[in-house]
Design a protein around this ligand. Sequence first.
Ligand code: AMP
Length: 486
Amino acid sequence: MAKSFASFGFRPELMQGIQDLYYKEPTPIQEEAIPLILEGKDVIGQAQTGTGKTAAFMLPILNRLDAGKRDIQALILTPTRELSIQIAKEVEKLGKHLHVNVLSLHGGTDIDRQLSKLKSTVHIVVGTPGRVLDHMQRGSLHFGRISTLVLDEADKMMEMGFLEDVEQVIVHTPSQRQVLLFSATMPDMVKRLAHRFMKQPPHIKIEGKQKTVEKIEQFYYVVNQSDKTDALVDVLEQEQPFLTIVFANTQVRVQQLTARLQENGFQAQALYGDLSQSKREQLMRHFREMRFQYLVATDIAARGLDVEGVSHVINYDLPNDVESYIHRVGRTGRAGQSGKAISLISPRQKNLMSRFAKATKASIEERILEPGRHLDAGRRQRALEREAHFIELRAKQAKEQQKEKEKEFAPVREALKKKAKVKPGYKKKLARELEELQMRYEKNRRKAEAIAARKAGKTVKPADAKKAGRGKAGRGAKGARPFRQN
Ligand code: AMP
């Protein structure tokens, strides 16, 4: 039987915080990691986002925290500012009845404001390695008395080139501190880091499906690139989602897509790396408060976002790697709710999709999209545009052909023009050649006209066509005068 939170012997104030968040029972990573962390061991937790790993390390830290002391007692390093802010928020919620002061230190915000906050009591610091190191070098931060150091999403921190910064920070912490390392994967760099700075840590691995991901329904639609936006609009109309995050792969695509959604009457806002920190925070606040329903984002901007009530995640563009796919999908189905993850893919991306399914041990089925009014209208419009383009192209070709013909006639005409001393027989021969050329030309022209008329919706009756066939050329060389002869 699963353990209960009460079995950990947490303080009543902390149990109250857990209850406030409606956590009923510990998740697998919490069940395994919390007793070891409470014993004071260094621990490696290999678990993905969405498994409840934050509370797994935070609950023991909060349980032993002494709010009466003015020292910083725990430091949590994270790869991104979003994750840092999110962890700080979770600490505030869980530690609400413990009167804990937590500070998030991350780039993109005013360093002076952070400095002034550091002058008041701070018990827990969460931050990105660069900004934390910056404060240490200014002398505004000391970690001489911390009892716990957490390296969260260690693989991401290494991937983002934070190894040196992380090492610098670690060597300035007391040797007796407890080190907790959490990482979705264990590349060599992370293993080396653990080996250097941790004391015989037990390695907890939470395999396969995450508690929350199990409740996510995943499927995809195959659509052409030119149909994608219309398809997205139809999907949104059909799904009637609550809060939705739409992922696109670049900033430009995020901006364009947001504009298109707005044009179609959706309350959409764009979130991407280049926005100022305050703008990003404001956007996230408004999204959480449901002031708008559709957040269009790039991966980096959305890393670590934890918003309750996200019913749908849509991959407008498919990510290239499994990690990003898992991360995106994990934005829905938070806190045990159900969710849907829908991808719009090209036929060639089916292989990639089956790789994601294998890696997540999930079934991601292909579904056929019922074209709604947008996809229908869009396709019709594009078909008309294509047709107009071909008509223009054909007209151009006909003109060119006519020019060519004219060139072909030129020598004959020239010869006829010169009332030179040519043998009578030769003159007749030239006239015959000219007549033949003219007849061929007329025939081709009529054929082209008939095709064009058919395309334009006019039907040419066979009788009319015949009549036309007996036109000028039918009257013989004398009646045919498309070219001037001298
Ligand atoms: P994390 O893996 O830390 O990103 O957490 C994923 C989500 O699960 C967050 O929204 C947490 O608030 C939520 N969560 C953490 N622990 C529990 C729990 N024991 N029961 C229900 N939800 C939880």
